[in-house]
Unconditional design. Structure first.
Length: 451
């Protein structure tokens, strides 16, 4: 029996090390001492050989760790700037403040062909402001994603949340997409044109205009005929649209006039210029305005010279009778009576409504009566005085080189500011021009006095 020489513990057969103290035993044959593979001994040896970490290395490791933390925080912060919620917040603020510069950053107009002017975008923001509640309710739910759309009660899509480019190739950006409307345009006159965004298009049956940005916009229509040019402007009310389509009807204020004459072969003249057409061959003449800017007369050539009818201004009528007559005193008096009566009624209507345009067609634009009448209409209207024509009578007239001096007796019921009404009679004298085409117009009020 053998024992460990170091601690005295019994050594069993085949043992190379003491189980108690780890002392190596001598080999039986070689006499060599076997080194014990003690883990504790190896650990002590490794610790003896390991050198302490330098201060520089510690700083490098700490700096790298800090950089990772900072970069991760920056990543999270930057990502938070490009969420759908941030885009919606910026959009709503731009709409609320009508800030065009900020709106351009957050609103996408890629659905439209061409660019918009600043006034167009400002008008669009005003339109969106009316839908502020719908926008807020549609975009306010948590987790809103691309594709969310604001729609009104008429199935009109207003705006949509869409994905934009990626910032730095990492961060998904979002935009609010403006959705186009369409206009379907028709008109009451063939050959009419419309102008939208500096582009003119003919209204052939139903015209469709695409890429329309809603807002406080007007559609300008025009018509150019042989004898008159007409225009009409229609305000676009997108509240009347359905499924992003707005129907527009251009109703030009032009009338077709029936023209008759007692000489069918006479030639029709418009504003003193020959049409080259016989009155009998003219059917539904027009379209022309009926505001007095068009004057018609007829001429007929005989062996004794040219006969002319009195010129007639087309004022709120669709029927004109161009009659050839001898210029007798009775007929002249009748014509003057008719003209003066029309003038007095138009003048009173102008004063009661405060609208000088009612009487303007009866006045010589270069005469004294034009300015005086304009001022008087304004004065009476602002005073709150109203009048009613009781009677008008031409009592006398005298022919002059320019036309006539016409004397009248006119009676009115005048209602004053305090509500009292008084009947007033006047004697007046006017200078009336007779134009080359036979039309009459007031040039000057020579005198007027109570009767």
């Amino acid at each position: 029996m053998k024992f460990c020489k170091n601690c005295g513990t019994e050594r069993k057969a085949g043992q190379n090390f003491c189980n108690s103290c780890g002392q190596p035993f001598e080999a039986a044959q070689t006499g060599k001492t076997v080194q014990a593979p003690s883990s504790n001994a190896n650990h002590q040896t490794a610790e003896a050989k390991r050198e302490p970490m330098s201060k520089k290395n510690k700083i490098i490791i700490l700096s790298a760790a800090l950089a990772v933390v900072i970069l991760f925080g920056a990543h999270k912060f930057i990502a938070s700037l490009y969420t759908p919620e941030k885009t919606i917040e910026a959009f709503e603020q731009a709409v609320k403040s009508k800030d065009v510069k900020e709106a351009k950053k957050v609103i996408s107009f890629e659905q439209f062909d061409g660019d918009f002017k600043e006034k167009d975008i400002k008008s669009y923001l005003a339109y969106l402001k009316d839908y502020q509640s719908e926008i807020s309710s549609s975009f306010s739910y948590e987790g809103v994603t691309a594709g969310a759309t604001v729609t009104d009660n008429s199935s009109n899509e207003i705006v949509r949340l869409v994905k934009g480019d990626k910032k730095f190739g990492l961060y998904q950006q979002y935009k609010i997409e403006a959705i186009p409307f369409e206009l379907t345009v028709s008109a009451n006159l063939d050959g009419a044109e419309v102008e939208y965004r500096d582009s003119k298009q003919k209204v052939d049956e139903d015209l469709t205009i695409k890429d329309v940005l809603p807002g406080d916009t007007e559609l300008a229509g025009s018509y150019k005929g042989d004898y008159a040019s007409l225009s009409h402007t229609e305000k676009l009310d997108f509240d009347d649209a359905y499924a992003n389509v707005l129907d527009i009807y251009l109703d030009f204020e032009g009338e077709y006039v029936d023209i008759y004459s007692n000489i069918d072969d006479s030639i029709l003249f418009v504003n003193g210029k020959s049409t080259g057409k016989k009155v009998a061959d003219v059917y539904d003449f027009g379209p022309i305005p009926t505001d007095g800017s068009i004057s018609l007369h007829a001429e007929y050539e005989t062996k004794d010279g040219v006969m002319k009818t009195a010129a007639q201004k087309v004022i709120n009528t669709n029927y004109i009778d161009l009659e050839f007559t001898e210029d007798t005193p009775e007929e002249t008096e009748e014509a003057l009576n008719s003209f003066m009566e029309d003038y007095y009624y138009a003048s009173v209507s102008a004063m009661n409504a405060g609208e000088f345009s009612f009487v303007r067609p009866y006045l010589d634009p270069n005469g004294k009566a034009y300015t005086e009448s304009k001022d008087y209409v304004k004065y009476i209207y602002e005073k709150g005085i109203t009048e009613e024509v009781v009677s008008v009578e031409v009592t006398d007239y005298e022919k002059t080189d320019e036309g006539y001096v016409v004397d009248t007796e006119d009676v009115y019921d005048i209602t004053y500011e305090d509500g009292t009404t008084k009947r007033q009679e006047y004697k007046s004298s006017y200078k009336v021009n007779k134009l080359e085409d036979g039309a009459l117009e007031i040039n000057e009020l020579i005198s007027t006095e109570d009767k």
